[in-house]
Design a protein around this ligand. Sequence first.
Ligand code: PRP
Length: 444
Amino acid sequence: MEIGDLVLQNSEKYMLLLRSLYLQKGYQPYRMSKFEEYDLYAKNKGFLMSDNVITFTDTNGRLMALKPDVTLSIIKNSKDLPEVTQRVCYNENVYRVIKDTNSFKEIMQTGIECFGKVESEDIYQVIVLAAQSMQLITDDWILELANLDAVLWQRLQKESFAGNLRLTAKLDADLNYYNGTIMKGYINGIPSPVLSGGQYDPLMEKMHRRSRAIGFAVYINLLERVAGEQKDDGYLNVALPKGRLGDKVYGLFTGAGFGSPQYSENSRKLFFDNDEKRIRYFWVKPSDVSKYVERGAADIGVAGADILREYSPEVDELQDLHLGVCRMVVAGPRDFEDDSTKTLRIATKFTNIANKYYQSRGRNIDIIKLHGSIEIAPLLGLSDVIVDIVETGTTLKENNLRVLEEVMSISARLIANRSACKFKGEQIEALKNKLAELVEEKND
Ligand code: PRP
């Protein structure tokens, strides 16, 4: 009996196809338990995507963890044979924390590891297998490679998929983890990389192995939406911050020749297009812009550096637009004097920025998260100081507060979705260059 496409979900179908590809190439299936002793992760924190691991105590009193990662378990449970090339493939769930909501997510990964004796030819074959994995899912893919040996790159140019490969100087990947070739696979319309991997000799060393290693994983969950309902119409989707900053930003886009005839100042329409330039604008709350961009609902957008530093979205920062210039400061009552024997109470919307700022100073602090009218907190004794944005300084002045320290300067940044940068790179680059010219002219 054959199981048809009607029965299988997209993700299940790709998982099976990938698995049979890896078996065909001689990779041995590797099955492991959902749990590991927590100690493995505690010792190798630097090699995990996130510090947060779900733990529990087993019936023998051992502290266990739900696996946040597959590679560590495979290496731990395999023999150190530097003279033998070992090849394994797996389908496993890992459990990681979602940054925004702090909730845990189950992520299905299908991948391979090649370790032990890993020579140039093995690295080449793993890259080819990564490319074949992408090709098996769709025709519309790109595999980015960094730190690749020039000879291997030349050789890859002769492969049928050479047009889908990109060599890049820098890849957003953890350099604690990887040492040589790093790769990331993108699919048009999927907002984040679906394949990620590289050589990870530092991890082998840390685990006292004499052998080398390379591997990659495909994030199966992301494949649920391959060739989904939303077909890309070739428009560049731009998220603009609603409000004062947004008007200035849109003015800049218009000045650069990308205005929309559908735009009208007093309209409450949230979308407007420029059909000739194939751009679609939409207004969103300023603090939400980076989310739309990170998740690919917008290809590019404009967000304040305050939001980018606070939430660290996984987006590319393309250009400082020198608009909405202001400062993030610590402010307090005019007569404020810091008493270092007491915990400093800080009211702020920007808890991560405040935390990071005080962390480096070793000051004992208590952060109180507020959502607006921050200036009122020290006046009512809710906090000692605030960490907030100052533009003209009027709000501080009128409330008898003063700037105590400057945390950082802020301005609006053009940001882009990382996947969109690969597939709409030319469009994005052209727009960015025009905006950059205008910004430069204005600053001269
Ligand atoms: C921001 C900031 C300050 C004010 C500073 O508030 O939080 O309150 O602007 O501007 P100024 O230095 O020019 O007086 P926002 O207008 O965003 O309102 P909020 O109180 O809701 O944060």
